[in-house]
Write a protein that binds this ligand. Structure first.
Ligand code: BEZ
Ligand code: FE
Length: 292
């Protein structure tokens, strides 16, 4: 196999994958090579651009540590994370839509009883959150494990504050026998994704902003149902139509209603999909206390 040129090198690389024993690995790598080569041909990639790309990805890697995952931010800002969510969460009509997991979830957050204040000192305007977890036919789902996490009034997650020694704006609750739950917190505010690394450089080079519209994160797990990872977005937020990570779904936008005493309330009902085609549980191994 000599004298490979721009016309036959793709087939030569694909042929080299022929003995891959795992059929899925073979399929994914073959397609990756085809698309990578097609991309290089389409834009007629220069050697300087190839070198820049290698340097960019190297810097993305060097920006990653236990606290920060720049590759996931890159995937998020290129829409690949949301595309993967969409491809794998094609649920029946009526089920709550899924969206990106994001990097700020912490496994093993404090457990709370209904009515407790999960803000735990986080700055912000008080807010009561009430909701229910149900099946598609309306049956309440009792004992669902509800993880909630959010940014505070300054647009920060607790894990982004070096001085904090306890969790703020996150917790785990269980739905009651009627499928319902409620807790106190603070109103979520919009925030910029971390943009002090190579991903921020890409956003600036393309005149994009790093902001996410205000949202509350939920992960809801119950036996017999597909785990739901989603957000509830705040209606009226200026970034709903330009989310830096493309995560907004119209069905997930809700009204934070101001009460006569100045506090807010949010009501949102979640509908779970039966677990017939359950994907593996969604957790990250590098989940100590990520900040990006
Ligand atoms: C988040 O919503 O927490 C998030 C999602 C993607 C990138 C950065 C943050
Ligand atoms: Fe978030």
């Amino acid at each position: 196999m000599r004298n490979l040129d721009q016309y036959n090198i793709t087939q030569a690389v694909i042929a080299r994958l022929a003995q891959t024993p795992d059929p899925r690995l073979k399929q994914v790598l073959t397609s990756l090579v085809q698309h990578l080569h097609a991309f290089a041909r389409e834009v007629k990639l220069t050697e300087a651009e190839w070198a820049y790309g290698i340097d960019f990805l190297t810097r993305v890697g060097h920006t990653c540590d236990d606290q920060r995952q720049e590759f996931i931010l890159l995937s998020d800002t290129l829409g690949l994370s949301m595309l993967t969510v969409a491809l794998n969460n094609d649920k029946p009509k009526g089920c709550t839509e899924a969206t990106v997991f994001g990097p700020f979830h912490v496994e093993g957050a404090p457990q709370f009883e209904h009515g407790a204040d999960v803000a735990n000192g986080a700055p912000g305007q008080p807010c009561t959150v009430r909701g229910s977890v149900r099946a598609l036919d309306g049956t309440p789902v009792a004992g669902a494990v509800i993880d909630v996490w959010q940014a505070d009034a300054e647009g920060k997650y607790d894990v982004q504050r070096d001085d904090l020694v306890h969790a703020q704006g996150r917790g785990v609750l269980r739905s009651g026998a009627d499928g319902r739950f409620h807790f106190q917190s603070v109103v979520a505010e919009p925030y910029p994704i971390p943009d002090d690394g190579p991903v921020g450089e890409m956003l600036r080079a393309t005149k994009r902003h790093p902001w996410r519209p205000a949202h509350l994160h939920f992960r809801i797990q119950a036996p017999g149902y597909q785990t739901l990872v989603t957000h509830v977005f705040r209606d009226g937020d200026p970034y709903l139509d330009s989310d830096a990570v493309f995560g907004v779904r119209e069905s997930l936008v809700a009204n934070w209603v101001q009460q006569p005493d100045g506090s807010y309330s949010l009501d949102f009902d979640f509908v779970l999909n039966p677990a017939s085609a359950q994907a593996p549980p969604l957790t990250r191994s590098t989940e100590a206390s990520p900040t990006a």
